[in-house]
Design a protein around this ligand. Structure first.
Ligand SMILES: C[S@@+](CC[C@H](N)C(=O)[O-])C[C@H]1O[C@@H](n2cnc3c(N)ncnc32)[C@H](O)[C@@H]1O
Length: 208
């Protein structure tokens, strides 16, 4: 999320290490504060991402990886849409601890800016919402998403509009298309966090 979105919290742009990002979300997750803030702020990212996935992932049996699952808001939306085979990963253990049992098959605490400990061509889809923003996941994380996704599988992500061009995301997603690693199915400006005047690009790409 952009600096302007969270006036009551430390601006994301001041977070300079993975350790700080982890602490930031560990604190925010406590007593369900993150989840309550997202309701108060009318955060629509998870809903918009799942609405987009539903249009193209017709089988409900697919195996999905929720990269940067946080407290499980995307998993909840996927479950509502009858997708039940979901694994989740996040940097913040306290966020993972907030997740209601039964939403995900497996959860693990990992740094998604590093190689993901999952074999090649493992998932039918990867979804990553709210993770490509200041100080969070870098564009190179998309290479790992591609590696762990099966051919013809789907990768759905949001990228904060404030960093889309300046932090190399626009270039990265187009390079991957030029290399025929994936092809664009949808790329549009989503409402995301409209109450805080924060938009994000929402992409859905298919692995070639
Ligand atoms: C804005 S939250 C979004 C969480 C969830 N996807 C949602 O939509 O509610 C961003 C998440 O990215 C996670 N994150 C940030 N950097 C990360 C990293 N390097 N590796 C794994 N997760 C990371 C944070 O811990 C946090 O849970």
């Amino acid at each position: 999320m952009a600096q302007k979105d969270i006036g009551n919290k430390t601006p994301l742009q001041t977070l300079s290490s993975t350790y700080q990002v982890r602490q930031y979300y560990d604190e925010w997750a406590e007593n369900e504060k993150y989840d309550r803030d997202m309701v108060d702020w009318n955060y629509t990212g998870p809903e918009e991402a799942v609405r987009t996935i539903i249009k193209y992932a017709k089988s409900k049996d697919i195996l999905i990886f929720d990269a940067g699952c946080g407290t499980g808001l995307v998993g909840k939306e996927l479950n509502k849409a009858q997708y039940l085979n979901i694994d989740g990963a996040d940097l913040s253990q306290k966020s993972l601890d907030q997740i209601t049992e039964g939403i995900y098959r497996r959860l693990c605490r990992i740094d998604l800016n590093k190689p993901i400990p999952i074999p090649d061509n493992h998932y039918d889809a990867v979804v990553s919402v709210g993770t490509f923003t200041y100080g969070h996941l870098r564009p190179q994380a998309l290479d790992e998403f591609l590696r762990i996704t099966k051919k013809n599988g789907l990768i759905c992500f949001t990228i904060n509009e404030g960093i889309f061009e300046s932090h190399g995301f626009y270039e990265k997603i187009h390079q991957l298309a030029l290399k025929s690693s994936w092809k664009a199915i949808e790329l549009f400006k989503a409402e995301y966090l409209a109450s805080k005047d924060v938009n994000a690009w929402l992409g859905l790409y298919q692995v070639v």
